[in-house]
Design a protein around this ligand. Sequence first.
Ligand SMILES: Cc1cc2nc3c(=O)[nH]c(=O)nc-3n(C[C@H](O)[C@H](O)[C@H](O)COP(=O)(O)OP(=O)(O)OC[C@H]3O[C@@H](n4cnc5c(N)ncnc54)[C@H](O)[C@@H]3O)c2cc1C
Length: 335
Amino acid sequence: MFSNISRLLAKRASKFVLSCRFNSTLTLIETTGPNVTPASLSTLTAAVKVGNPITALLLGPESEVAGKQIAAVEGVDKILISKSDKYAHLLPEEVSPLVASILKSSDYTNFFVPASTAGKGILPRVGALLDVQPLSEITKVVSPDTFVRPTYAGNAILTVKCKDKVKLASVRSSAFDPIERKSEKIADIKEISYVESGNKTQYVSEQLIKSERPELDSAKIVVSGGRGLKDKEHFDQLLYPLADKLHAALGASRAAVDADFCDNSLQVGQTGKVVAPNLYLAVGISGAIQHLAGMKDSKVIVAINKDEEAPIFKIADVGMVGDLFKIVPELTEKL
Ligand SMILES: Cc1cc2nc3c(=O)[nH]c(=O)nc-3n(C[C@H](O)[C@H](O)[C@H](O)COP(=O)(O)OP(=O)(O)OC[C@H]3O[C@@H](n4cnc5c(N)ncnc54)[C@H](O)[C@@H]3O)c2cc1C
């Protein structure tokens, strides 16, 4: 009888080991040329919090070089690459069928992408192909099936328990630090083939604003300007020297972008970028709810505004009430 029980327990245990072994997180890693993006390193931090081994997926001609950069990162168990030219620009129409086929053929429990332009295009398509509801812009991993995400432009925070077999999520990079911890183990790199997509979309070209400044999404300090700066000339004259002194990225409100003070890639907010730097300096910005949605998680917020009733002061750690045309040059000089 005892041997029967022990045989039964052994069988149960082997089943348990088997099911645990297959619990893993597929993570799409984005690259710029041969380099892994900071947002992807933050996505790996979120994947580590799930607690299962991570398979990193890198695509495009330089995926092998980029893959080597994360082979020793904590939690990364396996690296899949496909060097096909078709994946060079991460077209969601090309990438989604590949991701869906990987998720269908193996027992992955989670799939994470950075909540970047490409990630936002890929995630819903993978969801549709697998008939699974994706979760966008998670800001916290509570457990392998429970996540926190903002809703209503960040005015409410949801904790969502996901019952799908595979949990699909995009990761808000400002909510997770880029992963740094290394492990002794070097993950194997395995090449996979192109998956026919039937895609009819073609990559034509892209125009990128080249700048020596830190990237807005990942900068530690952001200097942002609003309509209070009056015009493009003042935006350039006042904000660039201040940002240079602080080695900061430049940001803007939508009113400033709409009035052509700067390029729309600088827009912070609900319909712009979401940032959470150590220091956010808001110059001539009133603090509309849609702007706050993109910066209210910044560690220290400094606001310069001549209207002491401006809503930005409700969330500012340091508020300077006064004329920005006097305060900003003085601040720049003192810095
Ligand atoms: C669907 C939707 C999405 C939106 N998405 C975004 C978004 O992503 N990002 C975003 O920013 N907005 C967004 N908006 C717009 C948002 O509602 C506001 O209109 C916008 O943020 C206002 O920008 P602002 O603060 O620069 O301008 P204003 O609200 O006009 O504020 C200008 C401020 O400058 C101050 N000021 C003027 N002169 C001086 C001076 N000399 N010295 C000091 N202070 C001065 C004024 O007191 C004022 O507070 C969105 C709106 C909608 C409806």
